[in-house]
Design a protein around this ligand. Structure first.
Ligand code: AMP
Ligand code: MG
Length: 473
């Protein structure tokens, strides 16, 4: 089944002068059934820079719209081109997309290009997310183009190869609802069902089923973000997938000190996409998704609205269930108890009060390591620990089992902002990719708790200057 014509434009990537591969993902290549050597070959680099189209590929740019910071806008792949699909040895189908591959009919005023720093950043963070066990698009390679891109200053041009189970977004449905007719919408929904939720194909109310599944996957996904302190930064509806994968690594970052108000994005002045707001925004975006489906949920408006509402309202409970079960894992708890909510809230309130490092707090509770002064010295934490220990002691599972559960739920290593910046500077300023390679290696095994403090686990030194991120450019 093909995506209907209104949803894309045929467009070739714009060639670049001197492509050179700077990072490639051998493990992902193998998972996809591609040869890492072939990707690195002259022909591979030509293809991953957009200088030639792989055999059988029919490049397209996809149309989509979206609500950006609450405002509806027409968007589309302004600097990305889908090369084609790759069927992995296990039969799974993946989109292979070039990002930064030149202008398209959706570029508006943009140059269609990307600069090296943000593409490496997407590579690092998306691969870290994948290793953390969080659904995400992946990064196969970054190629420098040999051409400058002009932002505030000239920067090194680059193309990222992104792999996704599809690039369908809530915004693709918003595009269909706004600019297509009902047949287009239905065709898009059928395509999404076939691609991501084939079990719904024979369902009498398959479009309602689609809404239900997307709600469920997004609730689970956003709860996972919360569990590792990941802040997406730009949760516009065009950056929310139908597959339930994290997409579009622009101003995203991981939180160090725990605070629900944490925002890194320079443009998010109101804190719309702050850490503590992500779950609510998820629900807001899913309401926009539900609205697009109304015409095909029922022939009359009112029953369509009622049906949609029932599904969207499930989001809150589903998110909460995922969050609670995530927190249980982080604290080594196997079954539910009515005191859990209060137990979790008690710890988080202390973390907020003491500005405790989110990752290292849970890592220290896991290993029993001494986290030093501050919250770990406090009488309040001692009191909380008593309750927690009592709860652990009352469950059937052994201490060892609880510890194992905590180890696999609490990362020892996350992509710390200062470490990411250090890797990006070495690469973009000195052409030194070793720092990034070592960081990627550490990030590939986030749940290994050695007991020794890894250099990658250290929070940033307090500088008084808040970390800022910028929309990927
Ligand atoms: P993002 O903020 O990355 O989600 O992008 C929002 C929209 O801007 C998408 O439609 C992008 O394709 C488009 N866009 C971002 N950067 C560029 C660029 N340099 N040239 C053309 N379009 C761009
Ligand atoms: Mg986007």
């Amino acid at each position: 089944m093909e995506l209907p014509e209104v949803f894309f434009s045929r467009v070739e990537p714009v060639p670049v002068s001197a492509p050179r591969m700077v990072v490639s993902n051998d493990a992902l290549a193998r998972e996809l059934g591609l040869s890492p050597q072939a990707l690195r070959s002259k022909k591979g680099v030509q293809e991953l820079s957009g200088n030639s189209v792989p055999k059988g590929g029919v490049p397209i740019a996809q149309a989509y719209a979206g609500h950006q910071f609450g405002q509806f806008t027409m968007l589309g792949d302004g600097r990305a081109i889908l090369l084609g699909e790759q069927i992995a040895p296990g039969g799974e189908r993946y989109d292979v997309q070039l990002k930064g591959s030149g202008r398209t009919p959706y570029s508006r005023g943009g140059d269609g290009r990307a600069s090296l720093g943000p593409m490496l950043r997407e590579y690092i963070i998306s691969e870290a997310m994948s290793a953390l066990g969080i659904e995400t698009t992946r990064s196969l390679a970054v190629v420098v183009t040999g051409e400058p891109v002009y932002r505030q200053t000239p920067e090194i041009g680059a193309v990222l190869t992104r792999v996704a189970s599809s690039h369908l977004r809530v915004g693709t449905f918003e595009f269909a609802a706004k600019f297509g007719d009902e047949d287009d919408l239905r065709a898009l929904a059928d395509y999404a069902i076939e691609r991501h939720y084939p079990h719904l194909e024979q369902d009498e109310e398959k479009y309602l089923g689609l809404l239900r599944e997307v709600v469920k996957r997004q609730a689970a996904l956003i709860a996972k973000w919360q569990m590792v302190g990941f802040i997406h930064g730009v949760m516009n509806t065009d950056n929310m997938t139908i597959s339930g994968e994290t997409i579009d690594y622009g101003p995203c970052a991981f939180m160090d000190a725990y605070s629900r108000d944490t925002v890194f994005s320079s443009i998010d002045v109101q804190g719309r996409y702050a850490y503590g707001n992500q779950p609510t925004i998820g629900g807001w975006n899913l309401t926009r998704f539900a609205e697009t489906l109304l015409p095909i949920l029922h022939e009359s408006a009112e029953p369509a609205r009622e049906k949609a509402q029932v599904e969207v309202e499930k989001y809150v409970a589903q998110y909460r269930e995922s969050w609670m079960s995530g927190m249980r894992g982080k604290l080594g708890l196997f079954s539910e108890d009515e005191g859990d909510q209060a137990l979790f809230a008690g710890l988080l309130a202390l973390m907020q009060e003491y500005k405790a490092d989110f990752t290292n707090t849970f890592a220290a509770l896991t290993t029993g390591a001494d986290e030093g002064a501050g919250m770990f010295d406090s009488e309040k934490l001692a009191q909380w620990r008593k309750k927690w220990k009592a709860r652990l002691g009352a469950q059937q599972e052994s201490e060892r089992e609880a510890k194992q559960l905590m180890q696999s739920s609490n990362p020892a290593i996350i992509p710390r902002n200062h470490r990411v910046e250090e890797a990006l500077s070495a690469a973009t300023e000195n052409g030194d990719y070793g720092v990034m390679e070592r960081l990627l290696e550490a990030l590939s095994k986030p749940y290994v708790h050695t007991g020794k403090v890894s250099e990658y686990a250290e929070p940033p030194k307090a500088t008084g200057v808040p970390y800022k991120t910028y929309c990927g450019t």
